[in-house]
Design a protein around this ligand. Structure first.
Ligand SMILES: Nc1ncnc2c1ncn2[C@@H]1O[C@H](COP(=O)(O)OP(=O)(O)O)[C@@H](O)[C@H]1O
Ligand SMILES: Cc1ncc(C[n+]2csc(CCOP(=O)(O)OP(=O)(O)O)c2C)c(N)n1
Ligand SMILES: [Mg+2]
Length: 334
């Protein structure tokens, strides 16, 4: 491995001092300019849990680490700024591996972050590990002038809206794990969704700026589980019209040719990093207008109901469906 000092110098070289950080890499802690960052999020990626070295390149892993954090800031209706990066790496690791992670973070910053926001490194930490690789990123951001969009705020009558598509990344995992056997070269988008998910950075910031959603979350664990978080925080129920969910052509192919239960993938799969929100009916024309202007993939997938109704998921034929689990659970034997 490269020494930690070389690695820190490399990070500083690749990601120059961010605006809003008065003292960045090089001191015991960072000093932030007052009044700039008012959002903070953190996500961890553990080898074997979130990625496998033989499924993903280090560039993919770096990309996904930034994307998952960008997605959380987007879900607050804000924009990203400085990140803090912790890497626990085995001492015998090829030095190309962390270098690849940094490249992947850089690629994702270029591809997913609009020019109006600058993403760079404010600091971090490095350690050896005798176990799996562990990467943690803290990302600071700025709420929109209209204020942050929270998970609480949904009221009965609001529509439930999905920006993007779910199920593809989980399909990628079933293919990579060999659970579903496919021919080489097939299902490129499912594999990409697992390896290099997008993040709705621009959309999240614009939705926050225009105050469109009453509540918002990013779908990281599974649509049903993450909708559940909005419902709990807002103390409401919901009817999720699963028949309105978009069916990606690769998912349709997986169902038709491999008999995969794609409804389960779409509703509970996880790793999607799309935005799920609730919108008062009066503001629905606004999102349709934004969708048209920005070519967003927007789907009206249900309604917020009174709390006593709980969450009802209506399947393809309009009948209620249930799942043993609404999404990914970390502390479950598998
Ligand atoms: N170890 C922890 N200590 C304190 N708060 C935590 C911890 N883990 C998660 N949280 C908080 O719980 C909330 C939900 O976290 P999480 O399930 O990871 O959401 P997300 O899918 O948005 O990353 C967040 O507010 C997060 O900061
Ligand atoms: C090797 C591997 N197996 C399984 C998965 C699927 N998976 C792992 S964690 C997870 C949920 C998302 O991770 P989490 O740490 O809960 O993200 P957060 O909700 O905090 O953003 C999913 C769907 C994966 N990404 N990689
Ligand atoms: Mg998290």
């Amino acid at each position: 491995m490269t020494t930690e000092f070389e690695l820190i110098a490399r990070i500083a070289e690749l990601f120059g001092a961010p605006e809003g950080v008065a003292v960045g890499i090089g001191d015991d802690g960072a000093v932030l300019d007052p009044g700039r960052f008012d959002l903070v999020t953190m996500d961890t990626m553990v080898e074997g849990v979130h990625f496998k070295r033989d499924w993903s390149s280090p560039q993919d892993v770096g990309w996904k680490l930034l994307a998952s954090n960008l997605s959380d800031i987007a879900a607050m209706g804000g924009g990203p700024g400085a990140f803090f990066l912790s890497m626990a790496l085995p001492a015998d690791l090829d030095p190309q591996w962390p270098e690849g992670v940094l490249e992947g973070i850089k690629d994702a910053a270029r591809a997913l972050v609009p020019e109006s926001f600058e993403v760079s490194a404010g600091g971090g930490d490095l350690s050896a590990t005798h176990g799996p690789i562990v990467l943690t990123m803290t990302l600071m951001g700025e709420a929109s002038p209209a204020g942050p969009v929270l998970r609480r705020g949904a009221v009965p009558g609001d529509r439930i809206v999905l920006l993007g598509q779910t199920g593809l990344a989980a399909a990628g995992v079933s293919i990579l794990s060999g659970e579903v056997e496919v021919e080489a070269g097939q299902f490129a988008e499912a594999l990409r969704a697992h390896r290099r998910p997008g993040a709705q950075v621009r959309a999240g910031a614009l939705l926050g700026l225009y105050g469109v959603p009453s509540a918002m979350i990013d779908v990281s664990d599974g649509l049903v589980q993450d909708l559940g978080h909005i419902l709990k925080a807002s103390e409401v129920g919901a009817r999720l019209e699963a028949y309105s969910l978009p069916h990606h052509p690769e998912l349709v192919l997986l169902r038709e040719e491999h008999g995969v239960d794609i409804l389960k993938l779409m509703l509970t799969g996880g790793d999607d990093y799309e935005l799920l929100m609730t919108i008062p009916p009066a503001r629905m024309p606004k999102i349709w207008d934004m969708a048209r202007r920005h070519s967003w993939d927007v789907h009206d997938i249900g309604e917020v109901r009174s709390p006593d109704e709980g969450m009802v998921v209506l399947g393809p034929d309009g009948e209620p469906v249930t799942f043993a689990q609404g999404g990914y659970r970390h502390f479950e034997a598998r």
